[in-house]
Design a protein around this ligand. Structure first.
Ligand SMILES: [Zn+2]
Length: 289
């Protein structure tokens, strides 16, 4: 406990974050980041004797969150575009100068390419969330390939640019699928560490409070721009996150900021302790995404 507290203080000093709540958040980020490294199927973690481990960017395909130095987070919106709600959200994001990431459904892109084009034009990242939202974990390679390729093509057609990220529907994907999709499409696989369960439509206040409670530096926040309550929750959610000092970037920008896992021996001890105390969340088991 004291080792963890000591290291957290050192990390806080290094990142110059002004808000005391973010100090606590830093410690939690280690937990989520270590949980990511411990995920089965990822490349083996470098041996402890390695003094300069490879940056997270080079060693990982899958991200639940990103280890960053600074109060950066990525807001992500899934399952759109929605003809009514996505333009409302884009207006709000523009008013706050926030860049977000949209994990779009290919079918919806084909129906409303102009909304996706607008989002891209306004600086948001457009990413692949399959053609029709099936469960990749239970499908043949050919079917998954078709889902990914058709959506990749639809995004290219709408925005002029191919996506570089995939979020599998429901977070459901096998280790083998992650690997070949990464090899064939060059995609990183993006999950999340903050889930307000907005698809259950619990009301805007609950959505906002869950996001505020769970978000840490480096967080990837999941929500859906197809539910009215989610869009209603966003003005106060953005205000509160801004008040806490968080800065909003796209998922690719967040990954580009990834800093190496520290070789600091005390930190490793703290991480291992934390990982035992707090097992990895399992978004793949969530009905969300
Ligand atoms: Zn989804």
């Amino acid at each position: 406990m004291s080792q963890s507290a000591t290291y957290t203080r050192q990390f806080f000093t290094f990142t110059h974050m002004p808000d005391y709540r973010l100090l606590l958040a830093c410690g939690a980020t280690f937990i989520s980041t270590f949980a990511l490294r411990a995920e089965p199927g990822l490349p083996p973690v470098q041996a402890p004797v390695e003094k300069t481990p490879a940056p997270a960017r080079e060693s990982a395909i899958t991200f639940n969150s990103v280890h960053v130095n600074g109060p950066y987070i990525a807001m992500t919106f899934d399952d759109g575009p929605s003809a009514v709600l996505t333009p409302k959200l884009l207006d709000l994001l523009a008013a706050h100068h926030i860049k977000a990431t949209f994990f779009v459904i290919g079918e919806n892109v084909a129906e409303h390419p102009e909304i996706v084009a607008r989002a891209a034009r306004e600086g948001h990242e457009i990413a692949n969330h399959s053609w029709s939202h099936p469960n990749f974990g239970k499908m043949s390679q050919e079917s998954v390939r078709s889902q990914v390729q058709r959506t990749d093509d639809a995004i290219k057609s709408a925005t002029g640019k191919r996506p570089t990220l995939l979020r599998p529907p429901y977070g459901s994907i096998t280790e083998r699928e992650k690997r070949w999709i990464h090899d064939e499409f060059g995609y990183d696989i993006i999950l999340w560490d903050v889930d307000p369960l907005d698809w259950k439509r619990p009301g805007p206040a609950v959505v906002r409070n869950r996001i505020l409670k769970e978000t840490r530096p480096g967080s990837i926040v999941l929500s859906h721009d197809i539910h009215p309550g989610t869009i209603e929750a966003m003005p106060s959610t953005f205000n509160e996150l801004e008040a806490k000092g968080f800065k909003f970037v796209t998922v690719s920008e967040l990954i580009d900021m990834a800093t190496p896992e520290t070789p600091h021996p005390k930190a490793q001890t703290a991480e291992k302790t934390a990982a035992k105390a707090a097992p990895s969340p399992k978004p793949a088991a969530s009905p969300n995404g």
